[in-house]
Design a protein around this ligand. Structure first.
Ligand SMILES: Cc1cc2nc3c(=O)[nH]c(=O)nc-3n(C[C@H](O)[C@H](O)[C@H](O)COP(=O)(O)O)c2cc1C
Length: 209
């Protein structure tokens, strides 16, 4: 099967070495940011935020916090996905106001939806909430990787980092956030041998039951 999206997904790989001289353009960055923003999330709440890093000093600190993986400094930009530690009633109310404003309807018309969301979260343990918000961030990660692949922009999804260190570097806990997954973004180095390795995937008949 050959379609732009499948071609992009075959082209992409978890890039180990980026060409530090090549930078992603502002226009492409905007497209990637839009793709992340357009991701489906539970109730549409978007219970994560993304720190977009290009500052070389911050990238160096992130590299130390990521077991010295070179992608952090060699890539053009670093997307740090951070899930919310809590989803308050006030946050849900803010979302409902945005929804009403965007669709040109009174808040009262969606009050039932607001109450339903709040009811579903009421009394839930922080660990439950954080597991749920974390999953939303991963959906966005997938959207980012697929979109970048289609644009022929390289990425590496990364969980190999010390979350506490990354949180402290970026001041995330003060904002009610926790770093859960990173994507480094840029252009592959010719020296990265991984790009020549065949993709290892299950036959569809085994993956699909
Ligand atoms: C959530 C997640 C975390 C990952 N963490 C790392 C990482 O810290 N460092 C790294 O080099 N690759 C990391 N990878 C890349 C995987 O090893 C890679 O996606 C997998 O081997 C499949 O290869 P492909 O993506 O090149 O097709 C991660 C991938 C995912 C989805």
């Amino acid at each position: 099967m050959s379609t732009p999206i499948i071609d992009g997904l075959k082209w992409r790989y978890a890039t180990k070495r980026f060409d530090a001289a090549k930078k992603v353009s502002d226009a492409d960055l905007q497209t990637l940011q839009q793709a992340v923003n357009l991701t489906a999330t539970s109730y549409g709440l978007q219970t994560f935020r993304v720190a977009l890093i290009s500052d070389p000093n911050v990238k160096e600190q992130l590299q130390v916090a990521s077991y010295n993986q070179p992608q952090l400094t060699e890539s053009s930009h670093v997307f740090v996905f951070a899930n919310m530690l809590d989803v308050s009633d006030e946050y849900v109310d803010g979302f409902i106001r945005l929804l009403a404003e965007t669709r040109g309807i009174p808040v009262d018309a969606v009050q039932g939806y607001a109450d339903y969301i709040k009811g579903s979260l009421k009394g839930k343990e922080p660990a439950f909430i954080q597991d749920w918000t974390r999953r939303q961030a991963y959906i966005a990660l997938g959207t980012l990787l697929a979109t970048a692949g289609e644009l022929k922009i390289d990425t590496c999804p990364m969980e190999g980092f010390d979350a506490e260190q990354v949180n402290n570097i970026l001041g995330l806990p003060e904002q009610g956030l926790n770093a859960c997954v990173i994507a480094t973004v840029g252009y592959r180095s010719e020296e990265d041998k991984t790009q020549h390795a065949a993709k290892v995937r299950l036959p569809l008949e085994e993956l699909f039951l």
